[in-house]
Design a protein around this ligand. Structure first.
Ligand SMILES: NC(=O)c1ccc[n+]([C@@H]2O[C@H](COP(=O)([O-])OP(=O)(O)OC[C@H]3O[C@@H](n4cnc5c(N)ncnc54)[C@H](O)[C@@H]3O)[C@@H](O)[C@H]2O)c1
Length: 392
C-alpha cells in the first residue's frame, strides 16, 4: 500500500486529535488507498515535543518548521497551531510541494486566505481544512437528505455554538483572546464551524448583519509560556487586554432565499460545547446537537394525523454515511446503535484526506471553501463594526 509521510506542527488539543486519527484510520477503513505514516512531530520546545511524540507515536521530532519543510521524506504537512501561523506555514509547505491539511479557521484575514488558496493551486497539492463536524455521520446524513430534496425549499438556518469556559475573570490571557494571534474570538473559533456547515448544507450567504461583544476585556497575564492549556496567573500578575469578541450573533440572507441566524459565545453559562443547528424547509425540518451526535432529528411534513412529530434517527446503521464497510460487509465501527464519538469525526476526515492524496482528487472543505468561510467571518466583523448590513 502507498504511504503518506506526515509532518505535524503542534501537539496540543488538535495535534492530539489528529495524531489519534492517523493511528486509527487504517483500523477502521480497510479501503484506505494510502496509509498515513506518523513521521515527524514539530514543536517549539524540546521537552513537550519529545514527550508528545513518544506518547502519540511519532517517529521523529524537529523544533523548527523550516527543518520540517526541508525534509524530502515528508509528503504532507498538518497544521494544528494558532490561527496567525496557518498562512505562512501552509504557503511554505505548498511551495515545498507538500500536501496541506490545516486547522480552521483558514487564516486571520481574507488577504492571507486568498494567498493560501493561490499557493496550493499553483503547487497543485491536495489541501483540506479541518472542519471535522461535516463528517459526523448524522451531519453527513443531513447533507444527503437536503441534497436529495427531502426538505424541499429551504426557509431557515438556525445555529448555536455555545461554551462557557471563558466566563471566570481569572481565566488568563492566552492566544485565543488575542486578535493578533486568533484573528477573532468566538467568531472564528466557534461560529466558523457553523458557517462552514451552513455554506455546505444551504449554499452561499449573500449578506448579513452582526453584533459582537467583549464582556471581560482585561485578564491576568501568565508569566509562563502560553502552552494553550491556560493555567493560573499569579495573584499580582499584570493585566492584559482582550481584543476579540466573547460572543457574537449574526443574521444572514442566503443566496437560495433562506434566512439564517447564528450565535456563538464563550459566555453561555452551563453550555460546554453546545454545537446545535436546525434547518427548516417546505417539506420538513432537520435538527442536530453535538451533545447527542449520533442522532439526527427529522420532521416530515408528509406525516399525517395524530402521530406527527420529530422522529429520532440513530445515524449508526451501516446504511448511514461512514458507518458501514464497503459492499455491505458490516459495520465500520461497532454494531448498530453502539455509538461513536468526537474523535471519529477526525478519523473520518483523515480518511477522506488520505484518499484525496492517494488519488490526487481534491476533497472538501478545500482551502477555497475555507476562503468562503473567511469572507463571511470578515463580513461579520465589518457588520459588527459598522452596525450595517454587509454584502459577503
Ligand atoms: N477542528 C476543531 O474542532 C478545532 C478545535 C480546536 C481548535 N481548532 C483549531 O486548531 C488550531 C490549534 O488549536 P488547539 O486547540 O489545538 O490549540 P492549543 O492551544 O491547544 O495548541 C496550540 C499548539 O500550538 C503551539 N503554539 C505555537 N505557537 C503558539 C503561540 N504563539 N501561542 C500558543 N501556542 C502556540 C502550542 O505549543 C500548542 O502545541 C487553531 O487554529 C484552532 O482554531 C480546531
Amino acid at each position: 500500500m502507498k504511504e503518506i509521510n506526515v509532518g505535524l506542527v503542534g501537539y496540543n488539543f488538535m495535534g492530539r486529535a489528529h495524531s489519534n486519527a492517523y493511528r486509527q484510520v487504517g483500523f477502521y477503513f480497510p479501503e484506505l488507498k494510502a496509509k498515513p505514516v506518523m513521521k515527524v512531530l514539530c514543536g517549539r520546545t524540546k521537552e513537550r515535543t519529545d514527550a508528545c511524540a513518544e506518547a502519540f507515536g511519532w517517529e521523529d521530532v524537529v523544533y523548527d518548521v523550516d527543518e520540517l519543510l526541508a525534509r524530502d521524506d515528508i509528503d504532507m504537512v498538518d497544521i494544528t497551531v494558532p490561527n496567525n501561523q496557518h498562512a505562512e506555514l501552509a504557503i511554505k509547505a505548498a511551495k515545498a510541494g507538500k500536501h496541506v491539511f490545516c486547522e480552521k479557521p483558514l487564516a486571520t484575514s481574507v488577504a492571507d486566505a486568498k494567498k493560501m488558496v493561490a499557493a496550493v493551486k499553483k503547487a497543485g497539492v491536495v489541501n483540506m481544512l479541518c472542519h471535522n463536524y461535516r463528517r459526523a455521520p448524522a451531519i453527513s446524513l443531513a447533507k444527503k437528505m437536503i441534497d436529495n430534496g427531502d426538505l424541499g425549499d429551504i426557509y431557515h438556518w438556525r445555529s448555536l455554538y455555545l461554551q462557557d469556559w471563558l466566563m471566570p475573570p481569572d481565566v488568563p490571557m492566552m492566544w485565543r483572546v488575542q486578535k493578533e494571534i486568533a484573528g477573532s474570538g468566538s467568531l472564528g473559533d466557534l461560529m466558523a464551524h457553523s458557517i462552514d456547515l451552513a455554506l455546505w448544507l444551504l449554499g452561499d450567504i449573500n449578506s448579513l448583519s452582526c453584533a459582537m461583544e467583549t464582556f471581560i476585556d482585561k485578564r491576568p497575564q501568565l508569566d509562563s509560556f502560553d502552552t494553550g492549556l491556560g493555567g493560573k496567573a499569579a495573584k499580582d500578575s499584570k493585566m492584559g487586554t482582550v481584543d476579540v469578541d466573547d460572543g457574537v450573533v449574526a443574521l444572514c440572507r442566503f443566496a437560495n432565499g433562506a434566512l439564517g441566524t447564528m450565535e456563538a459565545t464563550r459566555f453561555a453559562a452551563g453550555h460546554k460545547n453546545y454545537n446545535w443547528f436546525e434547518v427548516n424547509g417546505s417539506k420538513g425540518s432537520l435538527r442536530f446537537n453535538l451533545e447527542r451526535m449520533n442522532e439526527l432529528e427529522y420532521y416530515n411534513c408528509a406525516d399525517k394525523g395524530d402521530r406527527t412529530g420529530f422522529r429520532l434517527i440513530q445515524a449508526t446503521d451501516d446504511s448511514h454515511p461512514f458507518m458501514g464497510l464497503p459492499k455491505g460487509a458490516g459495520p465500520r465501527f461497532w454494531p448498530v446503535a453502539h455509538i461513536i464519538g468526537y474523535e471519529h469525526t477526525f478519523i473520518n476526515t483523515v480518511f477522506d484526506l488520505c484518499q484525496a492524496v492517494a488519488t490526487g482528487k481534491q476533497t472538501s472543505p478545500s482551502f477555497e471553501d475555507g476562503l468562503k468561510t473567511q469572507l463571511v467571518l470578515d463580513a461579520c466583523d465589518k457588520a459588527a463594526t459598522s452596525g450595517k448590513w454587509v454584502k459577503v
